[in-house]
Design a protein around this ligand. Structure first.
Ligand code: BDR
Ligand code: CA
Length: 308
């Protein structure tokens, strides 16, 4: 069966880096687009290019929005370090971005193919700008599979997840755009899929530039969760959005109406899913509630191993 065509919109990011490797194995990645998020745009773009370089990918990388639509830019150094990829040593990046027009790339690519999944795993700024500039793409995409939000606790605030919180207005635009198929892998789902230290050890033992680099990413990322949350395991958030396209059978979804709080004093960036029994709200989203975490993790680790 043909691999699904996707555009991966990301802000690498430790888990974004793993999502790039997974997507390149399981999908036909037409483009990688980058956005300000875990780190400033310059760094997230360099990090995406680095992953392409290490893995030998010729996927074009297009830089996108360097700030959210309305709120000031915020990054996630506690989770990802100041570079967005703290941990392993890395070589100089020799690849260059194909353009600084991620939004144009998204619009043109969707118009050219008609069966493209958008897979945003960072703040939704690029996707919202594309939808606003070219509303026709709403009906042309195969779907949007995003990592963001939560039906449950947040991470950056008690109620909000980082990607949605970082650009709540963009998120609100995307959820309300009328895209026929939106899949949401929020924190309630992604915390079910966790890597543990033994995975880093076994990748390091296997050897090879990419597995060893990912082992270094896992070490840093795991140390952060250990320190902040007392966990000896770390969620692989962003690969979930890729797997929701390639392996939907591993998930359980519930059709819900989801809206985004843009201005709440305590709840900015909250994804408000209507879970009332018998609600008459029309669903706009397939919310992921469950995942076969063992099978999903195996796909992720196998993908990383395949670059040895
Ligand atoms: C999301 O925020 C980032 O830190 C991760 O890359 C992921 O996309 C999780 O809240
Ligand atoms: Ca991310």
């Amino acid at each position: 069966m043909a691999k699904p065509r996707i555009i991966l919109d990301c802000d690498p990011g430790h888990d974004d880096a793993v999502a790039i490797l997974l997507a390149a194995c399981e999908c036909d990645v037409l483009a990688i687009t980058t956005v300000s998020g875990n780190a400033p745009l310059e760094m997230t773009t360099a990090n995406a290019l680095l992953m392409c370089q290490l893995a030998g990918l010729d996927t074009p990388v297009h830089a996108g929005a360097d700030r959210p639509l309305l709120v000031p830019a915020a990054h996630a150094p506690r989770a990802h370090g100041a570079t967005g990829r703290d941990g392993p040593r890395w070589p100089d990046v020799h690849l260059a971005a194909a353009s600084n027009d991620a939004v144009g790339c998204i619009i043109e690519t969707v118009r050219a193919h008609d069966d493209v999944w958008l897979v945003p795993v960072g703040p939704l700024t690029n996707i919202a700008l594309a939808v606003r500039q070219a509303p026709d793409i709403v009906g042309r995409v195969a779907g949007i599979s995003l990592m963001g939000g939560s039906v449950g606790p947040g991470n950056v605030t008690p109620t909000a997840e980082f990607n949605v919180w970082a650009d709540p207005h963009a998120s609100q635009i995307v959820f309300a755009a009328g895209v026929p198929l939106v899949r949401m892998a929020g924190l309630n789902l992604t915390h079910q899929l966790r890597v543990v230290p033994s995975e880093a050890a076994s990748l390091r033992k296997q050897g090879g530039i990419v597995p060893e680099f990912v082992a270094g990413l896992f070490d840093f990322y795991l140390a952060g969760y250990r320190e902040r949350a007392g966990l000896d395991a770390a969620p692989m958030h962003d690969p979930c959005a890729v797997l929701a396209v390639t392996h939907p059978e591993l998930f359980t979804f519930g059709a819900r109406h989801v809206d985004v709080e843009t201005s709440g004093v305590l709840t900015r960036g909250m994804t408000v899913a209507d879970e009332r029994p018998g609600t008459d709200a029309t669903p706009n989203c397939e919310v992921a509630y469950g995942i076969d975490a063992v099978a999903a993790l195996e796909l992720i680790i196998d993908a990383v191993r395949s670059y040895a």
